[in-house]
Design a protein around this ligand. Structure first.
Ligand code: NDP
Ligand SMILES: N[C@@H](CC=O)C(=O)O
Length: 382
């Protein structure tokens, strides 16, 4: 049996769904000879860890209670059996993660899973890779910081997976990697890479107010923790940067041309999230409705489009023909058209749900299983 010790950073919508998937896939993984051992979970404030990370793991009933507590908005410290765990907070969390990775280095190695939306996890991720662990990310921020940090993080490509960072559970990164490693150079990628913006645009087109639809997208688990990350175009810009860097373009985030759907004075730091949702958003309803109607009267639909071509990388609203692959897109679906030497006239097209906790967590779980060969067989059979 291959034993993979997991430490999860972030138990929000995606992190909790991942824990549910891990538990419900136990019989399947057992047939496949794999055991996922959850040895630690942290949120923005605390971490709970099993005292003996070499051989023990959290019981599934404990993990389910943890999910319940976090979905009620409570703290990890409210867990019933907290006395059985080691508890860390503040800077102790980072130190403990490194201790765990170092302790597991000679036995099995650690899989550190980043389902946070924080830019502060990058140092830990790089250190775990250096300690012969593996890292799996749904979080885009560590991959979109400076090129220097990016180079360090991806220095051992076999130890990092981040399929869910672009297109949620869709096989985007793995497809691009396969094309590149077979010597099929990618010339152009064009697509719609935001589940939130795809959903918002198609719902507004069918007559619902922009403000109402953005709130619905948040409830459905499509948006980033602060939906302004989606509406500013920055979340799509991060995905574009991840793809561009994968293609070998040495770009920084600020070199991407990005169109925002709200004015600067409504941005984080200038307006609270509560005020943005209650007052800012409704004030944008009319303008977005007008732009969508305008596109419709030209026989087009408005979509938030990402284009990567040579060193050109830009994201923004575009009118696209109703009968094109992009124009036919509905709901939270993403679509990517990839042009390469092998796919020069007709692009390779990847389409499907591009946001949501279920599909994103499924992508993360598949990534964890994908690195199983780097983990050792446990002698105990557990
Ligand atoms: N939802 C989707 O469709 C998709 C999401 N993603 C990515 O997945 C990630 C998670 O998204 P989602 O679950 O919706 O976000 P949530 O806001 O629901 O959850 C984020 C979690 O991360 C925790 N957290 C914040 N900072 C830190 C930190 N420094 N260390 C450890 N944990 C931290 C939060 O803690 P606390 O509970 O204390 O606030 C929370 O538990 C994001 O990076 C997002 O971009 C990627 C593809 C699709
Ligand atoms: N907020 C993102 C979630 C996936 O990355 C989106 O809407 O696409």
């Amino acid at each position: 049996m291959v034993s993979i010790p997991l430490l999860l950073m972030g138990c929000g919508g995606v992190g909790r769904q991942l824990l549910h998937h891990v538990i419900s896939c136990r019989p399947l993984h057992s047939q496949q000879g794999v055991r996922l051992r959850v040895v630690g979970v942290c949120d923005s404030k605390s971490m709970v860890a099993i005292p003996d990370v070499l051989t023990s793991e959290f019981r599934d009933d404990f993990l389910l209670q943890l999910c319940k507590i976090k979905s009620n908005g409570s703290s990890l410290l409210d867990l019933d059996n907290i006395g059985e765990c080691e508890v860390y907070s503040g800077e102790e969390i980072g130190r403990k993660v490194i201790d765990v990775a170092a302790a597991l280095r000679d036995s099995s190695g650690l899989a550190l899973v980043d389902c946070s939306a924080s830019s502060e996890t990058i140092g830990l991720l790089s250190q775990v890779v250096n300690l012969e662990g593996c890292v799996v990310l749904a979080n885009k921020k560590p991959l979109t910081s400076s090129l220097e940090n990016y180079d360090k993080l991806v220095s051992q490509p076999r130890r990092i997976r981040h399929e869910s960072t672009v297109g949620a559970g869709l096989p985007v990164i793995s497809t691009i990697n396969r094309m590149l490693s077979s010597g099929d150079p990618i010339i152009r990628i064009i697509g719609s890479l935001s589940g939130t913006l795809g959903y918002v645009m198609s719902e507004v087109e069918s007559g619902r107010p922009f403000s109402q639809v953005v709130s619905a997208a948040k409830t459905l688990g499509f948006t980033e923790p602060d939906p302004r990350d989606d509406l500013s175009g920055m979340d799509v810009a991060r995905k574009a940067l991840i793809l561009a860097r994968l293609l070998g373009h040495r770009l920084e985030l600020d070199s991407i041309k990005v169109e925002s759907l709200y004015p600067l004075e409504m941005g984080p730091g200038k307006m609270s999230l509560e005020d943005f949702l209650a007052k800012g958003l409704p004030s944008l309803d009319e303008d977005i409705q007008k732009r969508i109607k305008n596109a419709s009267s030209n026989g087009n639909v408005l979509h938030y489009v990402c284009l990567i071509e040579e060193s050109r990388c830009e994201v923004g609203l575009q009118e696209v023909a109703k009968d094109s692959a992009l124009g036919r897109l509905k709901g939270s679906d993403n679509v990517l058209e990839i042009y390469s030497r092998c796919y020069s006239k007709q692009p390779l097209v990847i389409q499907g749900a591009g946001a949501g906790n279920d599909t994103t967590a499924a992508g993360v779980l598949a990534d964890i299983l994908d690195v199983q060969d780097l983990f050792r067989h446990s002698t105990s059979g557990a």
